[in-house]
Each structure stands twice: as structure tokens, then as C-alpha cells.
Design a protein around this ligand. Structure first.
Ligand code: FE2
Length: 274
């Protein structure tokens, strides 16, 4: 199977009522044109499945959700997603302050989750069998995984192939980069001021040694908005940048998606609109 991986689309609809927020975030609001171009490239690739590693929208609203679904439909391919923090965050109008204030994801998630589900977007942890590979989607939107996730991952990867011995290859997709020293060092090497409580899985420091090291050879994450390829004790970490191109703001590696075949998971190509 041919898989495309993209991340951090941060769609914002013009129909969302928070006009000031839309203006504040116009560098992302105006990125949709670049996604249209990337969707064209994806159509040309004709993958069997697209996986998003989080942040389909810049904040949850029904308008942003519908816009994201409309844009993603331009790929004309089935897609699945693991949630990002922005998919579970929103803003609410505060009369006293006279502005929209953030409702942090942790409290809004129980409201947003069924709304995503009703629209056909399932953010729950799951495994997809994909011709020689097992695609493992894990919710880490708030920099950690739910209790029991590591054990569940171990049961999923039991009997799988880590080093090319011919079994199924497990591939992990999750929003927040994995908490292991090579990843940590890479992020701080690129951006020394990054908040490592937020931008690495600070709430699940045990996950790498418990359920990834020596078990899962390929991991795709998002969240950073800059790309990186890091080898961590035999596991290849594909840290993806923004798959949209921001307007008027620059980050390395924008407007790209990864492509690979589930029979040759180590051979990853880049789709780019640049
Ligand atoms: Fe993001």
C-alpha cells in the first residue's frame, strides 16, 4: 500500500465568527491555497491512504472543521487522522475582556471529540493493517498518552518485525515528538527556547523504552512546525514540518508530505509543492 503522511494543516474558515482571531492567524488562514496545490500532488500519487499526524484545524469550530473536511476531500483519497492539541482547543468570547479567550484543549476535548466523530473523524487509538505494515495511530495531543496505551502498543507489536526479518512492520503515527534523548537534543539544537513540556511527550517519558525502542522502527510525528529526521536507538523518527505554506512567515520544510510503500517502509520520498 502507498501511504502519504501530512501534518499540521491548521485550517481556518472565513465563516468562523471569530473575526479577530482569523485576522491574528492570517498567516495560517491564507495557507489553504498551498494545500490545494499539495492535494493536487497527492492526487497524482494516488496513494491508498493518507495519514494526518494532527492539527487539522487551528482551533475547533464547526466552521473550521467543515472547511478542513472540504479541503481534505480535494485529495480524493481515504484519510485518517490522529489528533493534535489544536483539534481540541477553541476560543470563547469573554464579555468582560471584550475578546476571544482560549479554552484549553484538556477541558474542551470531551465536547469536541463527539463533534469530530459525528462528522466522520475518529481520533481514537487504532491499528490499521496495511499490506506488510501495521499503522498504529496514537492520541498524544496534550504531550502524553492515556494510561494503558504503552501496554496496548506492546500487544499490537508483539510478533511484529523490527529489523527486516520479514514480518509486519509497525509504524507509529502520533502528534507530539517522542520523549527520548536524541529527539530532545535535536529539537533544542534547532530551537533552544522550545518549551519541552509541550513539544515533546513530557507526560509519557516511559513510552519510548517501554513500547517503541526495539519494537517500532518508524515513527511519524508533527507539532513542531519544523522538520527533522532523527535516528534514536534503531528507531527512525520522521518529525514533519507544516504541510501548508504559511503566508508571510517562514519555517523550514513547509508544504511537504512524506510518501512510502508499506513493503519498503525505509524508503521515504518527499512530496513538495515548492
Ligand atoms: Fe500544529
Amino acid at each position: 500500500m502507498k501511504i502519504v503522511v501530512l501534518s499540521d494543516l491548521h485550517f481556518i474558515s472565513q465563516n468562523d465568527p471569530r473575526k479577530k482571531m482569523i485576522e491574528n492567524r492570517k498567516f495560517l488562514r491564507d495557507g489553504w491555497g498551498s494545500f490545494r496545490m499539495l492535494a493536487g500532488k497527492i492526487r497524482d500519487e494516488a496513494p491508498d491512504l493518507v495519514v494526518s499526524t494532527g492539527d487539522l484545524v487551528d482551533w475547533y469550530s464547526n466552521e473550521n472543521r467543515e472547511f478542513a473536511l472540504e479541503m481534505l476531500s480535494e485529495m480524493r483519497t481515504p484519510w485518517v487522522a490522529t489528533p493534535g492539541n489544536h483539534d481540541y482547543s477553541t476560543y470563547t468570547w469573554d464579555e468582560a475582556q471584550g475578546k476571544d479567550i482560549p479554552v484549553k484543549g484538556g477541558s474542551f476535548e470531551p465536547t469536541a471529540d463527539p463533534l469530530w466523530k459525528a462528522a466522520g473523524v475518529d481520533f481514537s487509538n487504532r491499528v490499521i493493517d496495511a499490506d506488510g505494515a501495521k499503522l498504529i495511530l496514537v492520541h498524544s495531543a496534550f504531550s502524553g498518552v492515556a494510561a494503558g496505551t504503552g501496554e496496548w502498543m506492546n500487544s499490537v507489536t508483539a510478533g511484529c518485525d523490527f529489523g527486516g526479518s520479514g514480518g509486519e512492520t509497525p509504524i507509529l503515527f502520533t502528534h507530539v515528538p517522542i520523549n527520548t534523548k536524541p529527539v530532545w537534543d535535536y529539537i533544542l539544537g534547532e530551537e533552544p527556547d522550545r518549551d519541552m513540556d509541550k513539544y515533546i511527550m513530557s507526560k509519557s517519558p516511559e513510552l519510548f523504552d517501554q513500547s517503541i525502542r526495539g519494537k517500532i522502527p518508524q515513527v511519524y510525528t508533527g507539532h513542531l512546525h519544523f522538520p527533522g529526521e532523527v535516528e534514536a536507538f534503531g528507531t527512525h523518527m520522521h518529525m514533519q514540518g507544516l504541510s501548508v505554506v504559511m503566508v508571510g512567515r517562514s519555517k523550514p520544510g513547509m508544504g511537504k508530505a512524506a510518501v512510502f510503500d508499506t513493503r519498503r517502509v525505509g524508503e521515504v520520498r518527499t512530496l513538495s509543492i515548492g
